[in-house]
Design a protein around this ligand. Structure first.
Ligand SMILES: Cc1ncc(COP(=O)(O)O)c(C=O)c1O
Length: 448
């Protein structure tokens, strides 16, 4: 991916914004610079319940030997949480793990066995940076469902690089056109032209909202008029509960960089995704991919390819969405039943996530260890924002636990929230002043 997943709460709204990126200067010669060495701290036994362990270890590393851009590689709260949340007694509403129990695993096992027996010499060999030819063709077929006419020649993948992130407000109908205009104009006044807008139009992670179809061309026009490229990240697009497949931004504009993934519609463990990029970007991207990984794993690609070829993957996607819809309903019903007054949440029409805003004064990051002690896990809002924003929000994933576990998890969460509110009432804990953005690049509220 071309960007980190951090984002920041925009003033006056409660849905995490999309992002604009502008590269900072790279420091390729850092490895050669003589810097004073920082002493390495003695090794400590990591506490799996301490989600700051990885961040602390990273902070204590002898950073003088690393390129400056590695400073941006901070431990994700969400990843660290997986370790805690995977304990069986914890109801994990934290991770976006697909419900793989819905896959025909026996059939897949037989297909994988056959793949090794019949094409093992290719499947277990190095391949090209651009991916296996058959899968590239099949991906084009998948994208046609979202109105994208693509040929296998434009596919590639890209490595991660640091970017300066500016946030754009979103509302219930997704990214706000006026917020985007305001952000771009504010940046223009500072002499900054962002390189690209990164956006998740369908069933947003973590906000669960979808960009209204009538906004899509407007967003593209705004970006074109400001000379800003668009990166569309769309792993959830086929997972709509009403069966509607929204037209991709890329279907309106061939210059959009489109990112797809089989993680949510097939199997996340295979780590197979793709990018559809305009010709001007493609060659660079292939070179960058080659220099980063040489080539993606051939075996995994051939498994995906065989799956698409031999299985009714469209029906499988329907099976997945039926399961996710049932779980979404279970979560919404449980939230309605158990949560204390003052909480609000969206009703997602697809994807994996409910975005919850808790009463003022509750800090979802600080509350997380107490929630885990009460055997429920979630992803605190701060994990999706830079610099500690999002402390009144949390993301609940309904994709993985059964409906019964979801209801139990929400009941536990409600208990923890109730206890926080009791403490605040009893001791008169002053409501924390929410950290709001200020300054010239602050995006304006978008309540639409
Ligand atoms: C916004 C977004 N993009 C992409 C992905 C898929 O990532 P990958 O293809 O690396 O599994 C996810 C999964 O959580 C996601 O939420």
């Amino acid at each position: 991916m071309c960007c980190d997943r951090a984002s920041r709460l925009a003033e006056g709204q409660d849905v995490p914004p999309s992002r604009l990126h502008s590269d900072g200067p790279l420091a390729p010669l850092d490895l050669l610079k003589g810097r004073p060495q920082v002493p390495v701290p003695p090794p400590t036994v990591p506490d799996p319940y301490d989600i700051s362990t990885a961040a602390a270890a990273a902070a204590a590393a002898p950073t003088g030997r690393f390129a400056r851009r590695t400073a941006g590689m901070t431990a994700s709260e969400i990843r660290a949480l997986f370790a805690v949340a995977s304990r069986p007694e914890v109801v994990s509403l934290a991770g976006g793990m697909p419900n793989l129990a819905a896959l025909p695993l026996d059939t897949l096992a037989a297909e994988v066995g056959q793949l090794v027996a019949s094409e093992g010499q290719t499947a277990l060999q190095y391949g090209s940076a651009q991916g296996t030819p058959a899968l590239r063709e099949q991906i084009c077929e998948v994208m046609r469902l979202e109105g994208i006419p693509a040929s296998a020649g434009a596919l590639g993948s890209c490595p991660a690089y640091r970017a300066r992130v500016v946030h754009v407000a979103m509302g219930a109908r997704g990214l706000g056109p006026q917020s985007l205009r305001n952000a771009l104009e504010s940046l223009a006044r500072q002499g900054i032209t962002p390189k690209f807008l990164y956006t998740i139009p369908n069933f947003h992670n973590p906000a669960g909202v979808t960009l209204a179809v009538e906004r899509r061309t407007e967003i593209l026009e705004i970006c074109v008029s400001h000379g800003v490229a668009v990166v569309e990240d769309n792993p959830y697009g086929l997972l709509g509960f009403s069966g509607t497949v929204y037209p991709a931004l890329r279907s309106f504009d061939r210059d959009v960089v489109y990112l797809g993934s089989f993680s949510k519609t097939f199997a996340s463990g295979l780590r197979v995704g793709w990018a559809l990029v305009p010709p001007a970007v493609r060659d660079r991207m292939v070179l960058a991919a080659e220099s980063a990984t040489l080539c993606p794993p051939t075996f995994n690609q051939m498994i995906v390819s065989r799956y698409l070829q031999t299985q009714d993957w469209r029906s499988q996607v329907k099976t997945f969405t039926a399961a996710y819809r049932e779980r979404r309903d279970a979560m919404l019903a449980a939230l309605e039943t158990h949560l204390p007054p003052g909480c609000s949440w969206n009703v997602p029409d697809g994807g994996f996530y409910v975005w919850l805003t808790v009463p003022e004064g509750v800090d979802t990051k600080a509350m997380l260890p107490r929630a885990v002690t009460a055997r429920v896990a979630y992803a605190s809002g701060t994990g999706f924002y830079a610099d500690g924003f999002g402390s009144r929000q949390l993301r609940l994933s309904y994709c993985y636990p059964t409906p019964e576990r979801i209801e139990e998890g929400v009941r536990r969460l409600a208990g923890v929230l109730g206890a926080e509110l009791d403490v605040m009432r009893t001791f008169g804990v002053p409501a924390r002043t929410p950290r709001l953005r200020s300054g010239p690049d602050a995006p304006s509220p978008d309540t639409a």
